[in-house]
Design a protein around this ligand. Sequence first.
Ligand SMILES: C[S@@+](CC[C@H](N)C(=O)[O-])C[C@H]1O[C@@H](n2cnc3c(N)ncnc32)[C@H](O)[C@@H]1O
Length: 246
Amino acid sequence: MNYDEFADLYDHQYDVYRDDLHFYGGVGERAGGPVLEVGAGTGRVTSFLARRGVNVTGLEPSARMIERAHERAAKDSLNMRFVQGDVRTFRLDERFETVIAPFNALMHLYTPNEQLQALENIHAHLKTGGSFVFDLYVPRFGKANTVRHEGETFHTPDGRRTDVFLVQRHDRPRQHITTEYHVDTTQPDGTLTRRHYTLTQRYYTRYEVEWLLRFAGFESPRVTGSFQGGPLEAGSDVMVFSTRAL
Ligand SMILES: C[S@@+](CC[C@H](N)C(=O)[O-])C[C@H]1O[C@@H](n2cnc3c(N)ncnc32)[C@H](O)[C@@H]1O
């Protein structure tokens, strides 16, 4: 999944998402050594950790997302490193105290082979006993095959207005959810331009993840249904997994 085309829209959509920041900030501070963030995107979480003095490296396949992350680092004078690579195949010489994969980064691994390859590679980059912490959304979807507007409207200082519309398709046998984004930008004179993006995510169930972790050499995880640590319940929006490399 190439995020290059999403890079400009991404920060508009998700810079306001802060639910996970204090949680991952705490994970990074407790690591007491180098932290690797897998699927670091434009550095939303990476920068939060760097600001707290955590020695953090962001792994990210999209050149354009990394470009945005570098812009953020320069603007805020932050010391953080970004490496271009894929979680399944990257190779770094160092071993990390902690690896994190915030905000559904593992949902771009579409088959059991890809998932296992990624988890084994993460394991290989962790010190023995090192932590691996990540979150995934709980599969629950809006109305499929229907155009929806979920309140995503952005205004820019030059008077432009951008509205995000989406249509989702659900492939249950593959556990894929594909979102087609129709992004409408209206100029002050009323002229409309539309861009179109497609994003496919592979969603997970809790016990599927637990088995995958065991298979890849991790201990049985702690699973919570929020970043504050409550149990995973029917109404939970996220599944937060914390485990260690055996
Ligand atoms: C939803 S974004 C999360 C970005 C960032 N962690 C955050 O919290 O804002 C998912 C990120 O995973 C990255 N990604 C997709 N496939 C990947 C892969 N195979 N290996 C590593 N990262 C990947 C995408 O490029 C994207 O930046």
